[in-house]
Design a protein around this ligand. Sequence first.
Ligand SMILES: [Zn+2]
Length: 269
Amino acid sequence: MFLRYKGKAWEEKFLPRLTSHEIRDLDKEDALVVLSIGAVEQHGAHLPVMTDSLIGESTLTDVFEKLDASANIWMLPPISYGKSNEHLGLPGTISLSAETLSGLVMDIAKSLKESGFRRLLLFNTHGGNTDLLLVVAREIRIVTDLMVFFISPGSLNAASDLLSEKELEDGIHGGAYETSIVKSIKPCWVHDDLATSEFPDLTGLQYLTVEGKIRFAWKMTDISRSGIAGDATIATAQMGATIQERISDMLADAFVEMASFEITQIVNP
Ligand SMILES: [Zn+2]
């Protein structure tokens, strides 16, 4: 019994399930190819190290369920590993170097270009990948002439009315947000009894933040003893399901916009 690859994203819109001839014959003008990039890294005592990649795959599965069958939008096999060297040394963390990840994504983009595609979405679910992938996105644009899009679904403010300001700002790793989502998609992978709450102590700092506008570089052990930043004890599957529902609604529309967008349309004639 082979249970992997279920749902529209994996059964119908999974690009490598097609044959070479089928891919040759696809209309490439408005085809959008989605590359999910996650991470395998420690997420405290209560969450699986696959948390970020799991969230990415689950989100895309939801988004593809909401897309019209006729949508010319295709999913690539996800890159499960990311740049996670801020967590290295904490067991279970498997990190690609910045050079490896950028080379991998660039090679995939060049290959898509050779197949005739024009549009690539970098779909990122690990905060530590963001800066690098934005640099790579621009490099791909320059080197291949592909139109490149970038989303970190975690930054879409889908939980702004569900979580405290403190949680939204500093609950960046293994806190209520991620724990709720994993509880909603794979509850048996969450160890509720080991969920804790820990935030970096920023008292006395007027300007410096962990992820804000004025910040310091950090590795995980600089900001946390437990390996998490946030309050995992308040996480619920219900909240996770609400967040995923909102995000997949938004993304289903955004994907369609990407598939029709032309980079030439934004320069004044
Ligand atoms: Zn995470």
